[in-house]
Design a binder for this molecule. Sequence first.
Ligand SMILES: [Zn+2]
Length: 441
Amino acid sequence: MKETSILHIGFDDTDSRKGMCTTFLAFKIVDYLKKERVKFLDYPYLIRFNPNVPWKTRGNGAVALKIETKKPQQIKKNIVKYIKKYSAIKDGANPGLVFYEQRDIPENFSKFGKTALYRLVSRNEAKKFVQANRLETYHLGNGQGLIGAIGAIGYKFRDHTFELISYRDKANLRKKRNILKDSVEKMQQLTFPNTFNSFDESKNRILIAPHGPDPVFFGVRGEDPDNVIKGAALVKSKEKFSGYMIFRSNQGTSDHLQNELDMDDLKPFSSGYVVGEVTEKPHTILGGHVFFSISKNGIEVKCAVYKPTKLTTVAARLIEGDLVKIGGGIRKSSKKHDRVLNVEFLEVLELKKQSIMRNPLCMKCRKRMKSKGKNQGFQCSKCGNSNFAKVEKEIPRQIQKQFYLPTTSAHRHLTRPLQRIGKFNSKIEFNNSKKWFSKKN
Ligand SMILES: [Zn+2]
């Protein structure tokens, strides 16, 4: 009997804005691996990394697979062929592929992946990691994809979700996706809260399908494999998809915002949160975006809330002295603008009392007194009663001590939707008998 080995496979950055997709390549590779009769040890991973890096394609998503096989060399060789064939290199993809042939993944892999969630990891750091851990890698272009490939293999889930992604027939690729809106709305109602972000009620818009030329037909996100299968079966369309695959994912976990940003060193393109006091009253600029500043330990950072998030009304109601927790990403400063924290969530922790000073009321006439001149007190114009001091009147705040999130259509892949707040899925066991992969023909 030939011995079997455990093989971890990670890849990233194979897609481009023009039409390929890393998850579709994963679908192709899994299809091939099924033909090779390998044993799958887990669902494919779909891992989203720091969404605030400048060169992400659509979602900065990487894929990892874990299999058991008797012929690892042949498998590796063929996967390299798939990467070569299906990567959109001409359109600017920089694919990276990593193989790790060991049962267990060392701790430093997950550390690497965690770092790639929060900040910009350089290609040089990835190169060093590859050398130090003697990884077998393959890359095209500048090898940017190696970062996600390593990070995906070793990703340690704090919480996780699933996504069923279905793919189109080649013949339909240029055609408009014809999905019945009502069926998606109904699916969301029927499967809530076990699926998420399928339909934006406020905009009457479906969120499960991309608009570009890529092979993804639609994706249903949810809490477990059963529910994403159930959800996908409820989506109605005249177009028949060519197959689907279920991914284990960090989508909907807000894992990228668990990191407390270092105010002394707010690195461009880093993600995380800051707890600070509002030091500059919000102001709205042309276009409807709202800016304000918060400060922590005497260091100030400007925060930006963009109109499409629909958080601008809330943000505009903040006042100096409010204590807030802001999650988001640091936008690099340029000649045109300062360094800015782009807001992905806003939590009001303390509200400052807001009041105005008013002239005193005449208790007899129930009329507001008039000023007699600077520092001379106030007098009732009807009865002549006088009083010296102004009175303070509290104005009710029109904002609550609570957590505020952008509207669903402005969510990133990683954004934890409201319905998932406080919800953590401990690792759901891999069940190979479940229909996690399906392909016609
Ligand atoms: Zn009076």
